[in-house]
Ligand binder design. Sequence first.
Ligand code: NI
Length: 171
Amino acid sequence: MALREILIIGHPILTEKAEPVAVIDEEIVRLARDMVETVHAAPGLGLAAPQVGAGKRIIVVDLSVGQDTEALHVLVNPEIAAKEGESVCEEGCLSVPEVREKVARPYRVKVRGLDLEGRPVEVEGEDLLARVLCHEIDHLDGILFVEKLSALKRALIKKKFKKAAADAKKA
Ligand code: NI
């Protein structure tokens, strides 16, 4: 397994729709395992394949950050099958470092997808788990959480990272 670089807001892959995984081959398994290692090392609660530069519909979610194997969900081609309620809470994203803003998400979701053996799996989550599942699935559609903020807040955040990227290029 290997750590992968996490792309930062402004990278075009982050705003593209990811492709469904047609065959779960060795490369996909390696990608998913690298994503698990990368999100644990970050540390973060979830990661979507586009964040490491792969336009594939794969997410990993682990609220325990590596402490509890039962809490780790690796989902291929995940889809929200049902959602209920609403919760407004602060969230952040490894691709938008040091920014936390309040975002409305469903309180409870049921997500269907495949595991790395290609077996159908269903994950039901509420509160934080529902939030992270929705956040990661949004990434697969090229949607960052900043898209859910006011136009003003979004513009300020994008400006901040544009300046950071320009400064990094100069250095
Ligand atoms: Ni994110």
